[in-house]
Design a protein around this ligand. Structure first.
Ligand SMILES: Nc1ncnc2c1ncn2[C@@H]1O[C@H](COP(=O)(O)OP(=O)(O)OP(=O)(O)O)[C@@H](O)[C@H]1O
Length: 285
């Protein structure tokens, strides 16, 4: 599969001389993949995203998006990347939600009709049609995240980057956000790169996970591969998702159960076990 994003041994130096060296493994994202970046505060996640977005220029190392250096090809790259920043208040600028979402199509010179079509299509996908006339300032935190996402996705870019999209969302809004993001990936083939501290949503969201610590890329793998590496998790101050840990423990005790990605799958597995369908491969201890 083609790497749509490729970052190799990136070094960044901030004006106050803080150095971030993102070395170790290469950071590779395939087209259509859902990649989640995990790591403690200050690990370098936002720095990495800023380089992919072309907001920063590397001192050393290589950053490529669709084969181009983002910093040197900012306009081309940004046409292909939608972004939702951690602080969405800084990104929502329109006087009404409609105008905010219409900003990019208008800016790119689309006609009024084409712009309207695009705004309505993305509002429908994100189920925010009833918000279009509202003043963004008065929206709830979860609504603001959806509006920022609509603005990022209105032109249906190939890549969507989200920095902490679940920050300050309640459990229901979190679940909605996960299913919206997954729908954008499944239905529209959007490649996803997401940072989060919300470990429990990761199995439902990630094809691949990278763990960063002190600027080092420690590991890449599927949630099932990564979350059983206890030493790596400890090094990065992370705990495995609770469902994954529970089912891994049950499997270690000999129950041949599938590891669930979400609560619904966990319920199904447990009900199946209670009905006596789960095979015991070893004697439970
Ligand atoms: N504008 C800046 N000027 C100076 N240092 C910075 C700047 N932005 C980030 N840093 C430093 O770079 C390092 C990596 O920060 P970064 O924001 O990339 O981490 P992060 O993994 O996104 O953290 P968090 O989970 O807290 O958002 C930290 O030591 C941070 O203090």
């Amino acid at each position: 599969m083609e790497n749509i994003i490729r970052v190799q041994c990136l070094k960044h130096v901030y004006p106050d001389k803080t150095e971030v060296n993102l070395c170790g493994l290469d950071f590779l994202v395939n087209q259509g993949e859902r990649v989640v970046i995990l790591g403690p505060n200050g690990a370098g996640k936002t720095t990495l995203l800023s380089h992919i977005l072309g907001l920063l220029s590397p001192v050393e190392g290589k950053v490529e998006v669709m084969g181009l250096a983002p910093y040197k090809n900012f306009n081309t790259i940004r046409k292909n990347i939608g972004v939702v920043f951690q602080n969405v208040d800084e990104q929502i600028i329109g006087p009404r939600v409609y105008d905010d979402i219409a900003f990019t199509p208008r800016n790119e010179g689309l006609s009024k009709e084409e712009t309207h079509k695009k705004v309505m299509a993305v509002a429908k996908t994100l189920k925010i049609e009833e918000l279009l006339n509202k003043i963004p300032h008065y929206l709830s935190g979860g609504q603001k995240k959806k509006v920022a996402l609509a603005g990022a996705m209105v032109m249906m870019p190939k890549i969507l980057i989200m920095d902490e999209p679940f920050d300050s969302l309640d459990p229901k809004s979190k679940g909605e956000m996960v299913s919206i993001i997954n729908q954008l990936n499944k239905k529209h083939g959007v490649t996803l790169v997401v940072t989060t501290h919300d470990i429990n949503v990761v199995p439902a969201l990630a094809d691949a996970i990278y763990i960063l610590k002190d600027g080092k890329i420690l590991v890449r793998g599927t949630p099932q591969e990564v979350f059983v590496q206890v030493d790596v998790l400890k090094e990065a101050n992370l705990e495995p998702p609770i469902l994954l840990e529970l089912f891994t423990r049950l499997r270690r005790k000999g129950y041949n159960m599938n590891i669930p990605n979400n609560l619904d799958e966990a319920e199904e597995e447990l009900l199946s076990m209670l009905k006596g369908n789960a095979k015991i491969v070893n004697s439970p201890s």
